[in-house]
Each structure stands twice: as C-alpha cells, then as structure tokens.
Write a protein that binds this ligand. Structure first.
Ligand SMILES: [Zn+2]
Length: 303
C-alpha cells in the first residue's frame, strides 16, 4: 500500500515537473513548427495557447516569402554596432521621402525612436540597447495569468489600450491581449534559435532580425479572441472584435499596423491583430486616408 502511494506521488511529481519544463522551453525557444496539427498534439493548448505558436504567427517575427529578398541584405548592410545609424541618417530618409504619398502631404518622419510616432520596419531599426523606460502592464484581460515581459506596454499606450478594451467591452466584445513589449535580446534569441534549428537562409524566411520588431517599442499589442482560439490568425479580422477594431481603434490612438492590401508597403502580411499606438491624431488621419504608417510619413518603397 505504501509502495503504491509512493509510486503515485512519484508519477505526480514527474508530470508536474515536465509541465513546468514545457512552459519554460516554450517561452524561450519559439522554434517549433507553426503547423496547427503539431500544435494540437501538445498538451494544455486548450486553455492556454502556446506562446511560441502565437508569436510565430505574428509575422513581425517572420519574414513572409514575398517580401523577403533585398530587405534582408540591406538589413545586414545596415547592421552596424548599435543600429542607430539607420535611425539617425537624415539623408537616407530624405531619399525615401521623395517617393511621396498619394493622399496627403507626408509628414516629416520622426527620427526620435522614443516618439510614439517612430517608424520601425524592415528598413528602420531600433538601437540594440533600447528599452522603453516607462513600461507598465495595462489592466486588460490577457490570455495567460502569470507575469511575462510581453504583458507590458509604454504608459501612454497602456492607458489608451485600457480605454479601447473598456469601450469594446461595452459593445459586448471580448478582446484578449496576447503580446506587447518584446526586448531586443528576446528577439535575438528567437532569431538565433531559428538559425540553429533551420539554418540561416531558411530562418531568414520567417524570423525577423533583432531591432526590427515593432514590439521592442512598447507601443504594440497583439490582441485576439476566444472565437479564434486566442491565436494570431487572419481569421481574427472576420470576427466582430476584429471588425470593430479596424473601425474604432483610431479613436483610442491605435492603428491596424499591417493592413490587407498594403503588404508591399509595410513589408508584412495582413495582421488584423497587431495594434500599434501612434496617438489619436496620427491614428485618425491614417484611418481616414486608409494609409499605413509608412505612407503617413511618405516612406513608400520605390517601385
Ligand atoms: Zn505583433
């Protein structure tokens, strides 16, 4: 009898230990396949979706095939010690500006990477050491309980996100936050583990180089909803929540950063879940003109 009890205890301990290990490695090594069938074979995905799966779905961690070429090369070329060169070289930006915008006179691009209007994309990167000084956890529902750095946003963005969530909630919409701030180091780990697992060439097809993720600004938040199993998938755009966001997020200073049909301009696939705080004025103008942040600043790639 005692022996049986001990055996049961041992089994329980082993099970709980391996569950912990899974969560740990899940957060640190997002190199698993994004295939839904593989994901389903993992335990505990019903209540708590796999972080890695979600983050891999966010193409800020990826480089969609169709936008792959050229960009990665120029990233390598621009990858100086700090990465600040790219942000602080006015002549480069003026060249980009000359391509112009269809709808409105483009604004002067903001070179201060701490500005809420900072443009971070495949051409423009953040300094490697940059971490916003005012990160905080917005009081909104998350799909996971525990504290993780990705719960954070910069203060101004966080308080506006709270307003957005509360307005959505009054409409009976149940948004859930999934992923906000992501450090340069974390992005580097993600990228490097992908290089180790798949080789550099293949990793470059879906994993962004560190410094180029908008999540490092602390101004982005990926959101989702139970209807799509808390995944970051394009179907989110067809939900009531996704539809409401597309038409109301600007009232709270947010834009859908990677809209449908603008893939060539943003460099990313359509991401109805990726909210970027830019302030109400810019967000409203971008919404009214059906623009992207690039177009707003006249940073449209030359054809
Ligand atoms: Zn995102």
């Amino acid at each position: 009898m005692k022996k049986t009890l001990r055996t049961i205890m041992m089994v329980l301990i082993i099970v709980s230990l391996s569950a912990c290990a899974m969560e740990e490695s899940g957060d640190k090594e997002p190199i698993n396949s994004s295939s839904p069938s593989e994901r389903q074979s993992q335990p505990d995905t019903k209540n708590k979706p796999d972080d890695d799966f979600n983050e891999k779905q966010d193409s800020e961690d990826q480089s969609p095939d169709n936008t792959q070429n050229g960009d990665q090369t120029s990233v390598d070329e621009n990858q100086n010690q700090t990465g600040e060169q790219n942000n602080s070289n006015p002549s480069n930006q003026e060249n980009n500006d000359s391509s112009g915008s269809a709808n409105a006179a483009p604004k002067d691009v903001v070179d201060d990477h701490t500005s809420v209007e900072a443009v971070i994309n495949k051409q423009r990167q953040l300094p490697s050491g940059y971490k916003p000084s005012d990160l905080t956890v917005p009081e909104v529902p998350f799909y996971f309980e525990q504290f993780l750095p990705k719960k954070q946003m910069r203060e101004e963005a966080a308080s506006h996100l709270e307003n957005l969530f509360s307005a959505a909630s009054k409409q009976g919409l149940d948004l859930v936050a999934a992923s906000g701030y992501r450090s340069y180091e974390r992005q580097k780990q993600i990228y490097q583990s992908n290089v180790e697992a798949y080789g550099e060439e293949r990793a470059n097809q879906f994993s962004a180089q560190p410094g180029h993720s908008e999540h490092q600004t602390g101004l982005a938040m990926d959101v989702t909803v139970a209807q799509v199993s808390f995944k970051l998938v394009q179907e989110f755009g067809n939900t009531d929540e996704g539809d409401w966001l597309a038409n109301h997020a600007h009232n709270y200073g947010f834009i859908i950063r990677y809209p449908k049909g603008k893939e060539d301009i943003t460099g990313y696939n359509y991401e109805p879940w990726h909210l970027r705080y830019v302030g109400k004025e810019a967000a409203t103008e971008i919404y009214n003109h059906k623009q992207t942040l690039e177009e707003y600043f006249g940073l449209v790639p030359e054809e």
